[in-house]
Write a protein that binds this ligand. Structure first.
Ligand code: 1CP
Length: 349
């Protein structure tokens, strides 16, 4: 069990559903193209180069905390970093996202996913965490891609709308599917444990594309592997956040995978999400990121509606329902932070 100097922060207490002073807020993709200071230091070329430069990556991690006064930082990295680091052959193409050289298609591709040794393969991630934590006065969230979402990039070859190849493998060759998912789960565990050991005070498992699945598919082919990752992190003692998009139909299952916090996208109001997830879990979310583009007054109204839907429950981490869109105006996001801090009420239970 790792004790963190942030155990008493509003963010960590809210993750645990414990009483705290004000509603904590951070934004997925808070470090990114919406920030001029990010564009100034990001450089051209693959984001993987910026991630491998711990000095630059730590600076990018800190930028949104300085600008917005958010209650948590998130490591600047990407979900495909472990697969890239073991030599699978994946790059992140500007304007597109992850693209792989040769798709994962058959059993013979398994050897391309050897176990991750974080000290040897991703020392820059560990270094970035250490540097960022040394500077931060709020908790740092480490993260990994959930096995399904990472698998979808490796099997499709890049971003995909319908994830058809991934589903065909999942249903057509269950044995190979579970071996692939097992390897990706072990890589996520190794990466997350190394981030916590370096000082991350919480972890988030991003299953951004799990909403492509039916509840039965999720139960049979995906949940056991995400649960394996989350359970393996249990012994570290840091709060675990489990996030997906379009996962309203199986929020209950996501809540049963072992995380303290379930991320809710903008499709399900928090009161209904809480009913679906059940007691004993905190929620994170869920302002529609598109509303930020509608300007300050619309964003503030929508942020108030999110707070109202939570109804003062102590287990709430305010966030967007998915990542900050690159076109977002940072001033609108700053105003949302202010409103959450000023108006968010935490009930004593
Ligand atoms: O500079 C750039 O190239 C901009 C785009 C960008 C950024 C800022 C990419 C390419 N990755 C990142 C960093 C990143 N990725 C972070 C840290 C920044 C932060 O949150 O503040 C995180 C948490 C991620 C995680 C990530 N990468 C996810 C899960 C989160 C989510 O938004 O759903 C996913 C799906 C990816 C893949 C990815 N990487 C980049 C892009 C454009 C994409 C999505 C591509 C697609 O649509 O499939």
């Amino acid at each position: 069990m790792i004790c963190s100097r942030f155990d008493d922060s509003d963010f960590v207490r809210a993750c645990r559903g414990r009483p705290h002073e004000r509603v904590p807020v951070w934004f997925m993709r808070q470090a990114g193209r919406s920030l001029p200071e990010y564009r100034a230091v990001r450089g051209d070329g693959s984001i993987l180069d910026a991630i491998a430069d711990a000095d630059r990556a730590a600076e990018i991690t800190l930028q949104p905390v300085r600008r917005y006064g958010v209650d948590a930082a998130i490591l600047f990295s990407d979900i495909v970093v472990p697969a890239h680091a073991v030599g699978f052959g994946v790059d992140v193409v500007p304007g597109t996202g992850p693209v792989v050289e040769r798709r994962f298609a058959t059993r013979s591709d398994l050897h391309r996913l050897r176990p991750l040794d974080p000290d040897a393969d991703t020392p820059y991630v560990i270094d970035t965490v250490r540097r960022a934590v040394a500077e931060l006065e709020v908790p740092l969230i480490g993260f990994a891609g959930a096995p399904f979402t990472v698998a979808s990039y490796l099997v499709e070859g890049g971003p995909s709308r319908h994830h058809t190849r991934t589903k065909a493998l999942m249903v057509g060759d269950e044995a190979l599917w579970h071996e692939l998912m097992g390897r990706l789960a072990e890589m996520a565990i190794a990466s997350l444990v190394s981030q916590v050991e370096a000082g991350a005070a919480a972890v988030q498992l991003f299953d951004s594309w799990a909403g492509a699945l039916s509840p039965d598919q999720y139960r049979r082919s995906v949940a056991p592997h995400s649960a394996r990752v989350l359970e393996a992190l249990g012994s570290t003692g840091v709060p675990r956040i489990h996030f997906g998009v379009g996962t309203g139909e199986f929020l209950d299952q996501m809540g049963d995978c072992g995380a303290e916090v379930v991320g809710v996208d903008f499709r399900v109001p928090l009161d209904e999400a809480r009913r679906r997830v059940g007691p004993g879990r905190a929620l994170q979310g869920n302002l529609d990121p598109a509303v930020v583009l509608a300007g300050e007054s619309a964003a503030v109204d929508a942020a108030r509606a999110v707070l109202a839907s939570n109804g003062g429950h102590p287990g709430h981490v305010f966030n967007l329902g998915h990542g900050v869109l690159p076109e977002s105006d940072p001033d609108v996001l700053a105003r949302v932070v202010q409103v959450v801090h000023d108006e968010g009420q935490v009930r004593c239970e």
